[in-house]
Design a protein around this ligand. Structure first.
Ligand SMILES: [Fe+2]
Length: 294
């Protein structure tokens, strides 16, 4: 189980659930997820060939600039579809750069990826029985991440959808995150001082940009913000879930992970008002109503 040190100055939104508990509940994990909890799958590990992933190179200097970017946030589909004969430049970079032209290593990585992918897709179905996704981004992070800035995710799209994120630690070392306030709770706190009403009716990502950049300092100010945070070390093979546009997070250290993003139709939600766009909109409405109440 993850090691968690909770900060009393941040809401305690952690829950731990076993897969049996989740599948026995009529709505699975949906109530916890729509409550914007950070959910840890208790007593559970994805069966991963950690050694195969650990043998992959993290040095992508052999690939050109665009390819390096692609390799940093790589789609699992590329690993699963690659063949030793493929001429596709991404497939070649996976085999020649990440797997160091070692066909046996590539074979192990591909087999491991296929099985972990199947498992995450099965977990989505079991944990979110009423949710229907219309798109999935099966991302794998195979290079080291250190000292990110604390942020809420910004997908640069204002499409109105429910996001489900499933994370798996693919490394034999812990993956360390710091997590802090909920986006709407924090925005409510600083709303008046920062005149956040300027973002009412606009793409919620603009308010995200302002808060993450102007208030917290952005990537150039990584680790210099003063928000309190919980500290979490996720175990090897551990699985966790959370709406990363609502739970602020900072990868402090991590080597390899799966970060699967499911785009879910709002119609399948238990409470449509709990999707990201709707929560931001109701925050603005609550402040717009305030003068009339005063
Ligand atoms: Fe993030």
């Amino acid at each position: 189980m993850a090691t968690i040190i909770k900060h009393p100055g941040v809401e305690d939104y952690f829950v731990e659930r076993t897969l049996d508990e989740i599948t026995a509940a009529p709505n699975g994990l949906i109530p916890d997820y729509e409550a914007n909890r950070l959910i840890l799958l208790k007593n559970y590990r994805v069966d991963v060939d950690f050694d195969a992933f650990a043998q992959m190179s993290q040095n992508t200097a052999g690939a050109d600039k665009n390819l390096r970017k692609t390799l940093k946030k790589l789609s699992a589909n590329h690993i699963m579809a690659a063949t030793p004969e493929s001429k596709d430049p991404i497939h070649r970079a996976i085999i020649d750069v990440l797997c160091k032209k070692d066909p046996a290593l590539f074979q192990r990585v591909q087999t491991g990826m296929l099985s972990a992918h199947k498992e995450v897709m099965r977990l989505f179905k079991s944990c979110f029985p009423q949710y229907e996704y219309f798109r999935v981004i099966p991302s794998v992070r195979l290079t080291q991440t250190l000292f990110e800035n604390l942020h809420w995710d910004n997908h640069q799209i204002d499409d109105d959808f429910q996001q489900v994120r499933i994370f798996v630690n693919l490394d034999h070392r812990p993956r360390i995150w710091n997590v802090s306030h909920n986006f709407v709770s924090y925005a409510r706190e600083v709303y008046k001082d920062h005149h956040l009403e300027q973002f009412a009716g606009r793409d919620p990502n603009e308010m995200n940009d302002y808060i993450c950049g102007k208030i917290l300092g952005g990537t150039s100010g990584a680790c210099t913000d003063t928000l309190p945070r919980h500290v979490v070390a996720f175990d090897p093979g551990e699985v966790w879930f959370g709406e990363s546009r609502m739970i602020s997070h900072q990868i402090y250290y991590g080597e390899r992970a799966m970060v699967y993003m499911f785009f879910v139709k709002p119609e399948g939600m238990l409470d449509r008002g709990r999707r990201f766009n709707a929560q931001v909109e109701s925050l603005h409405k609550s402040f717009a109503r305030e003068p009339a109440l005063a």
